[in-house]
Design a protein around this ligand. Structure first.
Ligand code: SF4
Length: 98
């Protein structure tokens, strides 16, 4: 696991080459709204829903937590939604270990 997601062209994961959001000329703020604004998030999620690398994107974002956790919409989820997914997965792992 990496401690951060390096998005420089030479280091970006190969799946990013198919990222639908990279093909849409738009303002960076639409992907990383602060504070998170409903209409903007809904728009980004609609794009993610059609993205061929949504799973890869989501797993990459989920792999980073704490201060390294990416903000904004990744894999069709907000940062808050990803934290809930991480929590559910941790609980499931604890359940399997018991
Ligand atoms: S899932 Fe969404 S944020 Fe991730 S690469 Fe695709 S369009 Fe971009």
């Amino acid at each position: 696991m990496t401690s951060s997601l390096d998005l420089t062209p030479s280091a970006a994961p190969s799946w990013m080459g198919s990222a639908l959001c990279a093909q849409i000329p738009t303002e960076q703020d639409l992907w990383f709204p602060e504070p998170e604004r409903g209409p903007v998030i809904a728009w980004a999620k609609r794009v993610c829903a059609r993205c061929p690398v949504r799973s890869e994107c989501l797993e990459a974002a989920l792999a980073l937590s704490g201060p390294d956790a990416p903000r904004g919409v990744w894999g069709g989820t907000t940062a808050h939604e990803r934290e809930r997914i991480r929590s559910r997965r941790r609980a499931a792992r604890r359940g399997q270990a018991a």
